[in-house]
Design a protein around this ligand. Structure first.
Ligand code: GLV
Ligand code: GLV
Length: 323
């Protein structure tokens, strides 16, 4: 059995670094997410596990990894790992923060613009050869200038997202557990209670990790507070929003639209959501740039190597972060 198990092939930058460290690794041969049972079958003798956000690293998996020293997640989010069980057994858990911040923040803007200016709808309209000439009222959208941007969570990604919007003349509100001086100083962002943010914002963007505290943070009650002209953007985790409640709000026109990169039961997406025209739907590609994925691969491998060498990995995760 190999000392290191990778639940999927990662970009070459990471494979190369790993190859320089050891030849003693095994990569799950299939190009699909691994299951819990398959992880258990492969983890018996392994000291280092490099896994993806799709992989259920449950207590069962952790207990099966009798020699396991480190679990290096190829993601910034790590709700797929039972960190508590790992920590109880002295197994290190790491993630890949920082390197995907810009990629994800940029994608949130792409979704926001796609919603505000109805880009996907307009593209479809054009391809369907329905463009019969310029019209004063064709596909009118929402202007960003003087509108209010509401951040749910102002950590690394939320902050980068808001700062990138500096040129658009929006006012920024945020809610978080901590004051964010960078946002306050740089763009005069205002920290408010979630309820106030939901009532005032024209665009609401989620940037919180998924934890017990943020599960269904936006439920029926919260969604009911949004303006009918509001758009909801989610590049964080699907389960932060109660998807059923969101679908109802969208169907009934109680909000204007949503731009989603993540879903509650990925990769399953509800048929109702697929049938709505006021949503833009992406297949969880927030960090999907060449640069970010290469750096994530290198970071995950660096963490793994540090842990196996008995050093403190640069991106050690202990208790789950809360909002
Ligand atoms: C992507 O969703 C990540 O958590 O890295
Ligand atoms: C209104 O929807 C606008 O153009 O801002």
């Amino acid at each position: 059995m190999a000392r290191i198990f990778l639940s999927r092939k990662i970009p070459e930058a990471g494979m190369k670094r790993l190859g320089e460290f050891t030849g003693d690794f095994l990569v799950f041969p299939h190009d699909r997410p691994i299951t819990e049972n398959e992880l258990i079958e492969n983890i018996d003798d392994v000291e280092g596990l490099l896994c993806l956000l799709t992989d259920p690293v449950t207590r069962r998996v952790i207990e099966a990894g009798k020699r396991l020293k480190i679990i290096a997640n190829y993601a910034v989010g790590y709700e797929n790992i039972d960190v508590k069980s790992a920590n109880e057994r002295g197994i290190l858990v790491t993630n890949t923060p920082g390197v995907l911040t810009d990629a994800t923040a940029e994608l949130a803007w792409a979704l926001l613009f796609a919603c505000a200016r109805r880009i996907v709808e307009a593209d479809r309209f054009t391809r369907e050869k329905r463009f019969n000439g310029w019209s004063p009222t064709l596909l009118l959208g929402t202007e960003l200038k003087d509108k209010i941007l509401g951040l749910i969570g102002a950590g690394r990604i939320g902050t980068a997202f808001a700062l990138k919007g500096r040129g658009f003349g929006m006012r920024v509100l945020y809610c978080d557990n901590h004051e964010n001086e960078v946002l306050q100083k740089a763009i005069g962002a205002e920290m408010v209670k979630m309820e106030e943010l939901l009532k005032r914002a024209d665009f609401i963007s989620s940037h919180v990790p998924l934890t017990e505290k943020t599960y269904h943070l936006m439920g029926k009650r919260e969604l009911a507070l949004l303006k009918p002209s509001a758009y909801l953007i989610n590049t964080s985790r699907g389960a932060v929003i109660d998807e059923k409640a969101l679908i109802r709000a969208l169907k009934e026109g109680r909000i204007r639209g949503a731009g989603l990169d993540v879903y509650e039961n990925e990769p399953k997406i509800s048929h109702e959501l697929l049938g709505l025209s006021n949503v833009v739907l992406l297949p969880h590609i927030g960090s999907a740039t060449h640069v970010a994925r290469d750096k994530m691969a290198e970071t995950a491998v660096e963490n793994l190597i540090a842990g196996l060498n008995g050093k403190t990995p640069p991106n050690l995760v202990t208790i789950p972060k809360t909002l």
